[in-house]
Design a protein. Sequence first.
Length: 275
Amino acid sequence: MQAEQKNPARILAIAGSDSGGGAGIQADIKTITALGGYAMTALTALTAQNTEGVQAILPVPPGFLRQQIRSVLDDLGADAIKTGMLGGAPEIECVCEEISRYRRKVADLPVVVDPVMVAKGGASLLAEEALSCLKTQLFPLATVLTPNLPEAEKLTGMRLSSVEDMRRAAQILREMSGAAVLVKGGHLSGDTLIDVLLDDGGFTEFSDTRIITRHTHGTGCTLASALATGLAQKLPLRRAVELARLYVRQAILTAPGFGTGAGPLWHAHRWYKIS
């Protein structure tokens, strides 16, 4: 997935911390590094969580979130930004202001928005009143949105039970945001897993045989970070999606089997094999 370049692409991940290491900022850092990028972070929240679920959340004050983003962008710069768990409207507004500020310097900066709303175990990660802010302020700044089915349902008000429904949801979200949209179909039933991408070139469907496993914690964060890394490395969107999906698939297939719930992936599968 890594394009040839003198310096590694810089990706700023803005998301929450997962103490269990499977999702959030921890998954972002592992993914970006594994794919040849340079990971930088701005924490939106601290979470106490494991494979069984989220036990506690401590939000980061918006002022400190802003300082983290500025400290990174004003000195190190970025070739792409990926957002994940944002928490509430004040945090979203802060992130939007800082992305807009940096875009005055780097107009074509890719921004991958993973609209994280609910953790794998069911805990809410986005305040209800923040949904409007997410749609009206952050989405228009996005290059690509990466909702899973439950997120796409909440964002569109639709019930999604087929690939055709996913296509309609992608159209609604594209009209809402102006961004490309990747609707992930992992929550649909069936032996084949299908994701639907809608961009300037129309629809593209990506399909794979479903992997039967409980070790899927952090798949959304990992995919979004892999996609952001590909875009930062100047890959075309469809190729970046294709390679990001392949990376996630291998990370699932090589999962270490930790925990008693939804276990983490193995992000270092390109370097180390688990025997």
